[in-house]
Design a protein around this ligand. Structure first.
Ligand code: SF4
Length: 177
């Protein structure tokens, strides 16, 4: 398995010369958002989801009554692709070890943002919650309602996750006493 941030020196696929963007937030947080790969603004700032889609994602996070630093944010592919193009399959394959490392570390609900990410996680049997990509809602107003619906559903998932977590904590306490 890969170590954290090892990808900073990775030359594993044809995207190797492009800017690499890491993660943001708290891996112990209740949600781990996974996007496809960094865009132009992310490339400039070196953080995931800080462009227009990131601003919309921040609103989703606020609707969940959380702060950005409470959640973990990452991308399936760490390198930027010109013109926001779909990364080649080889990049998804080669980068997968880095994401696997992060997902093992992350404690919260894995939320796949957008179709590419949902497909990759489903194919590899990683349990996740599927959410429309915030950029789709920005591009087509029609999808804004879908994003709001997904946010409401995620809020419910979060409540279940919290209940389960507090039951597990209670179980551990009574086992100790
Ligand atoms: S996309 Fe992933 S596998 Fe390809 S060079 Fe970048 S870090 Fe390495």
């Amino acid at each position: 398995m890969h170590k954290s941030k090892e990808y900073q020196h990775c030359q594993g696929c044809p995207l190797q010369g492009n800017t690499k963007v890491g993660t943001d937030g708290d891996p112990d947080g209740p949600i781990c958002f996974v996007g496809r790969n960094p865009g132009a603004v992310e490339k400039m700032r070196g953080l995931p989801f800080v462009g227009p889609a990131g601003i919309r994602l921040d609103k989703v996070i606020a609707d969940l009554k959380l702060e950005r630093e409470d959640v973990f944010i990452t991308n399936m592919v760490k390198c930027w692709t010109p013109n926001d193009a779909e990364p080649p399959n080889e990049a998804v394959e080669r980068c997968w070890g880095y994401l696997t490392f992060e997902l093992h570390r992350a404690k919260g609900i894995v939320v796949a943002l957008g179709r590419s990410c949902q497909k990759a996680l489903t194919e590899r049997e990683v349990p996740h919650f599927s959410m429309i990509h915030p950029s789709a809602a920005i591009r087509r107003g029609l999808y804004e309602a879908v994003l709001r619906r997904d946010t409401r559903l995620l809020k419910k998932e979060l409540a279940v996750w919290r209940r389960r977590k507090s039951r597990a904590k209670g179980g551990k306490r009574s086992a100790k006493s």
